[in-house]
Design a protein around this ligand. Sequence first.
Ligand code: AMP
Length: 120
Amino acid sequence: MAYDDSNIFARIIRGEIPCSTVYEDDHVLAFKDIQPQRRVHVLIIPKGHYVDMTDFSANASDAEIVAYTRAISRVAEKLGVAENGYRLITNTGVDGHQEVPHLHFHIVGGEPVGPMLKRT
Ligand code: AMP
């Protein structure tokens, strides 16, 4: 899937729409989810144009991959969820129910997040 730079997270990176920033470095931005599903719900995105984790893991530079991975612990520490734990989610594509076509990890916690997926 080709990257569409009109998506909402691309617009946030460009500063066209506001966000509640939690963490930022040269390669990564983390901000609060607009519809939090738990007490803590933050999105961690690369600043580069990657549709999803498949695209990122295949095409991102080593520097981007290191920065993105390192950002997870920094954000978890900053949010105060590192000790008790959290869930990291990245939805990918149609079957993964991805709504915004720019790679993002949801970091959710601050309270028990509940069990893993169950077949309904
Ligand atoms: P996904 O279904 O994994 O693509 O999740 C997209 C997430 O982006 C949802 O949790 C939305 O609440 C969140 N979201 C959409 N627009 C914004 C925004 N402007 N600021 C913060 N979070 C947003």
